[in-house]
Design a protein around this ligand. Structure first.
Ligand code: PHE
Length: 534
């Protein structure tokens, strides 16, 4: 409809149902009425061309008493039918009278009007000047032309008298002449003078010269633009002629389409991982079973993190199905009895607890699934991998200026033969260096699934202090060996939030200004692209 509305200017000229334009719920009747109007003109133009080639749309408009734009619109629609007509653009220029010019053509020049207003005995200048329009110009021109004279001897002020018995109003004649033949045949100097007096103006107009095309006919059928369900079911589409798509047409420019800062920073992190040879993991499941989110990661079933206070549990469906049973058995054993050189947690592991659906609390659940999958695929030995993910996770946390119940995690995982803590530190240095962060410190930490575990700190030049930027570790054998990974494969991994570096990068100190319904969209439009390197 927007295209039709853009042409709405054509409608009022020809359409008696123009009122339908005003009511938006009446779009279809507006549509019909526009088509009606345009179709009539189409047919008339073809009829005119039948007997007369080389018609100018400007003349057609004048002849039909229609707005020129309407004729041009009809020509465009005829052109879309193929070779029915040809239209060549022509620029025409002519002179026409201004409002003041029309006044002069009708009543005479200002000086003539003033001259004629003076009675034989003369009149007080003051009185005359107040009684006729454009008296100032008229007075000065009439004086210049010596048509009038001034007598200053009177006691009541200057008196004006006619100085000649008859005048010839050349200006009126010229203006009338120009009106009659659009300025043709009138000396250019004269026209410039009239223009200077603002009596005439030059008009430029683009019109089209129309000729019959190779497929000319006066009875063209309008091509259909819409294929409707009715046409398909009745088979009518077979007989219909459809308008070809115009793939050159420019689309409507979108009024938005800006990337949110989080997306910009995500793109930059993704770029860094890709440069370092990492492959992105599939993270397309927000809902995860406790089994993959916790149990496979050797998180005991009574761990505080599994508490409702930290984890969102799903009510419906409450339990997940379809686990790899053999592997699940191994996970159960390593938790309850130990194995692979570990004594386990020595508690009664419950399947029901592992089945509970949760909103994943970390993307390490995705890494666990991936590592298990890779362990199953190793026919000719395990191939080292470097993996990453960046996606949303959920925590049932108290909301404050820097925490929401959902955020994005960035996670890197490297699985290779005999990796050590030194490799982890090395890869963390390489990764953060690409972010422009060179000063790193590591602090021993605890995760149920990594040993050793380290928190990563970097020196923040702006804040002048060490800030925590991530968590990392070497995955425990209790996690990797039940999956079936070879014993000499170690997996190092680290995780950080996407929000934190974004807030630092864009100088945002309240997470609600970055995420949620309170954000100022202008902030999204105005922020520059992200360049993490310093
Ligand atoms: N899963 C951890 C967290 O949510 C991050 C992490 C990933 C730690 C990988 C160690 C290894 O904070």
């Amino acid at each position: 409809m927007s295209i039709l509305f853009a042409q709405a200017q054509y409608v009022p000229v020809t359409c008696s149902r123009v009122l339908c334009l005003r009511s938006p719920e009446n779009e279809s009747s507006f549509h019909e009425c526009f088509i009606m109007a345009a179709e009539g003109v189409d047919a008339t133009i073809l009829q005119l061309l039948q007997d007369n080639d080389g018609l100018d749309t400007k003349d057609i408009a004048r002849q039909l008493g229609k707005d020129h734009q309407l004729i041009v619109g009809a020509v465009k629609s005829l052109q879309s039918l193929g070779d029915v007509i040809t239209a060549e653009q022509r620029v025409s220029k002519w002179w026409e009278l201004t409002g003041e010019g029309r006044q002069v053509a009708e009543n005479g020049s200002h000086e003539a009007v003033l001259y004629r207003a003076i009675p034989p005995e003369g009149v007080l200048q003051k009185q005359l000047m107040e009684s006729i329009p454009n008296a100032k110009v008229g007075f000065s021109n009439a004086m210049k032309k010596k048509w009038i004279q001034m007598d200053k001897t009177g006691a009541n002020g200057p008196v004006l008298k006619q100085a000649v018995s008859a005048i010839e109003d050349e200006v009126q004649k010229t203006v009338q002449d120009i009106a009659a033949n659009q300025g043709e045949g009138v000396d250019n100097k004269v026209k410039q003078e009239m223009k200077k007096r603002k009596l005439i103006q030059e008009v430029t107009m683009n019109s089209f010269v129309l000729k019959k095309g190779s497929g000319f006919s006066t009875s063209v059928t309008k091509l259909d633009t819409d294929l409707t369900p009715e046409m398909i079911s009745s088979g009518l589409w077979k007989e219909k002629k459809f308008k070809p798509y115009n793939f050159d047409a420019l689309g409507v420019p979108p009024t938005s389409g800006h990337l949110h800062p989080l997306l910009k920073v995500r793109a930059q992190f993704r770029q860094i991982f890709l440069e370092m040879g990492f492959t992105e993991m599939k993270t397309n499941n927000y809902i995860e079973s406790s089994f993959w989110n916790f149990d496979t990661l050797f998180v005991p079933q009574q761990h505080p993190a599994r508490d409702e206070h930290d984890t969102f549990f799903i009510k419906d469906p409450m339990y997940a199905q379809g686990f790899p049973e053999e592997y699940m058995e191994k996970v159960k054993t390593v938790h309850s009895k130990g194995g692979f050189g570990s004594q386990g947690y020595q508690y009664e592991w419950k399947r029901e607890e592992a089945q509970k659906n949760v909103l994943r609390t970390h993307t390490t659940a995705v890494s666990a699934r991936m590592l298990y999958q890779l362990a199953q695929q190793q026919k000719d030995g395990f191939k080292p991998v470097k993996l990453f993910s960046i996606d949303r996770v959920f925590r049932n946390e108290t909301l404050d200026a820097t925490h929401l119940a959902e955020f994005n995690q960035i996670e890197g995982v490297v699985a290779d033969y005999n990796l050590t803590l030194g490799d982890l530190m090395g890869v963390l240095h390489a990764f953060f260096k690409k972010l422009g962060i060179e000063k790193l410190r590591f602090k021993p930490a605890y995760n149920p699934y990594t040993e050793p575990s380290m928190e990563v700190f970097s020196y923040h030049e702006g804040l002048q202090k060490w800030v925590e930027i991530g968590n990392s570790g070497v995955f425990r054998p209790e996690m990797l060996l039940p999956m079936g990974l070879p014993e000499d494969i170690s997996v190092i991994a680290w995780g950080l939030s996407l929000e934190r570096p974004t807030m630092i990068k864009y100088g945002i100190d309240n997470i609600r200004e970055l995420v949620g319904h309170k954000i100022n969209l202008q902030m999204v439009y105005d922020n520059p692209i992200c360049q993490l390197t310093s």
